[in-house]
Ligand binder design. Sequence first.
Ligand code: NAD
Length: 457
Amino acid sequence: MLRVINPATQDLIAELPEDNAQTLAQKTRTGRSAQREWARTPLSDRLAAVRRFRDLLQSRRESLAATLTSEVGKPIRQSRNELNAMQARIDFFLEHTGEAIEDEVVHLAPGSPSMEERIHFEPLGVVANISAWNYPYFVGSNVYLPALLTGNVVLYKPSEFATLSGLDVAGMLHEVGIPREVFQPIIGAGEIGRALVQEDIDAVCFTGSYATGRKIAEVAAPRLLRVQLELGGKDPAYVCDDVDVPGAAAALVEGSFYNAGQSCCAVERVYVHRRIGKSFIEAFTEAARALVVGDPRDERTDIGPLARRAQLDVLEAQVGDAVTKGARLVLGGKRCSGRGNYFETTVLTNVDHRMALMREESFGPIIGVQEVSDDKEAVALMNDTDYGLTAAVYTPDRARAERILAEVNAGSAYWNCCDRVSPRLPWSGRKHSGLGTTLSVAGIRAFVQPKAWHLRG
Ligand code: NAD
């Protein structure tokens, strides 16, 4: 049985039957045999089902948000935000799937015989969707919605830390008319994920850590299985010397600590121009100190518990390592007393790249702020990482920001914003942050394969 624990209290909230080798094989088989018929269903029917799913999400928002908060510890306002923002994502897929997979005639030569060259897009087949817990609605739907809309069958394994929300999704998709064989939840932890990748699937789309992503890529490689990986980040933000200090500090506190820092695109390291270093650090620390840490069900809470208890050790080790190497702890620094997985809102200064805090994903409410002498040093430090998901620059000077961001090796570039995802733009990581693209038209095309038709008539 899979035990679902409330991270705010350590109480057991549910025990769920897990999948095993037999049920997994059975689900894969039934999925495989249902796929062709699903692909033949008119696109208009598939779109109508997803539109009903969108409406259901909205009408059940309060109870879905409460479940999400209870199993992940996300503050209730943020759970609601996640569900609200699903509307725009779903609308994007509804509006753009048709055009993304429409046939393209790329050459037409009249005459006798005539010659037509046409590209037709076919679904991949059976897609395994192995997901993370931190934004279970976002990261799952980036895969299963375009995959379903383009005619694929989805075997969806939510994270073991967000299984109740995963089951809510499955229930609603079935309720709106997606056949049970076409969307099947797979329940369990890492072992069942590992087994799923070995099943008769055509693609694996994964959201999670680099360590797991790499294992999946290694298992998939000998089969030349199509792999899409949305992985972690160590996302930098650079604050230039011409910035409005309180405004930038407030924005970066939000970007660093939203969802207790458990976002793939959370700001994980801050560089600030030395000329404004002192005033920025003061403003940043004060804004961080003002965040309310507490019960995630409380409307006033900004920071709830961490979803995974083990991460408390990672954060304490990062703080210890940084302090030993000369960092100055200006706020927080340790786990909170009590039963929940709470960690103090933590800010360290006088940090550098010898410290794990500035190199390894923290995924918690802790941040290092490093002073730099100029833009060149900032660019060098932003690029000194194994990751490449997002990077942000704060300055009123757009040309300066664009110059800096053009030099940074990351999939998303933010000017005067951060920790932001748009359904209209491709979401992709470089280096250890991933492979492939979700969202945007490219993220719909990721679930089809072209067939080249050479037609002589
Ligand atoms: P994780 O790697 O621990 O687990 C992710 C999923 O993989 C879970 O469903 C888990 O059960 C499964 N899994 C574990 N071992 C497996 C194996 N050997 N084979 C197959 N599946 C296996 O990650 P997590 O803790 O759920 O998520 C946090 C990570 O996800 C962070 O690194 C974060 O940055 C990243 N993330 C990235 C994005 C993005 O869009 N790039 C979005 C959200 C989260």
